[in-house]
Design a protein. Sequence first.
Length: 307
Amino acid sequence: MWRNGDIIPWREANTHVSAHALHYGSGVFEGMRCYETVDGPAVFCLEAHLERLYNSASVYGIQIPYARAEIADAICEVIQTNEFSSCYVRPLCYYGSSTLGVHPAKCPVEVVILTWPWATYLGAESLERGVRVTVSPWLKFQSQMMPTTAKACGQYVNSILAVRDAVSRGFDEALLLNTEGHIAEGSGENLFIVHDRQLVTNDEGHSILLGITRDVVMRIARDLGCRVETGALRLDDLLNADEAFFTGTAAEVTPICEVDGVQIKTGRRGPLTERIQEIFFAATSGRDERYKDWLHLVAPQPVEVVC
Ligand SMILES: Cc1ncc(COP(=O)(O)O)c(C=O)c1O
């Protein structure tokens, strides 16, 4: 892994127990995937993830002491050093040790990049069979309480409460409602509902993290000729949907087959979800020319010399 400018072995990547972030969650991070593509390993939507990382940091006043290009190069270096053809990538910028006052004051900003192989997030069969979800008794915090569009460490205790509750009751994932009673999102995913080939998802006005996979799926769906709308997602709309699915870097495009015991339509992956999945995975593996811009190759390509 990478820490403050150097590649170091995983076992040596220690932090002091007095680190501010360990006590108060004062850090920001990203979750990206590097996919095996026809041109070699490539990080999917690297630029968009870095944009969100720096925006999250800015909201919390965390000054990342590296330029975006340096972080991008460091990510590629860690993947290459590990010789991964595909993996998950986790850059984390957090306040280290100095004070344990709530104000981080002079705490240093530490930057680390972890990579590890990570298979399907919601279980091996979930991409085909779909997941069973439950409405969480925990509400998603609203943007005046915490910036929902930032990906900050401490914000995830809300998701942890929700997913722990869901799993303890035998479900795969939680759906969190917002303070207005509409669906916000999963503990780590955005939600799409399909009605008559029209997709509906929500936006930052509904207390969600603006997912990068969400943007990718909106583009794919529009290119397929589908209408994509953003607006409030009511529980009723979900229960009466033709299809529903989660999007996220970890969950990719995962069908939802059941909500609190109520089947969505047939209770199986819907045809549009399947088509979007196919195109999504063609894009992540570099097999769809239209979406090659989303891939950031880890190793520079040799320049072709024409004689
Ligand atoms: C709370 C939450 N919502 C949505 C998402 C999906 O975001 P993305 O598609 O950028 O991974 C994530 C994953 O990072 C998340 O943690």
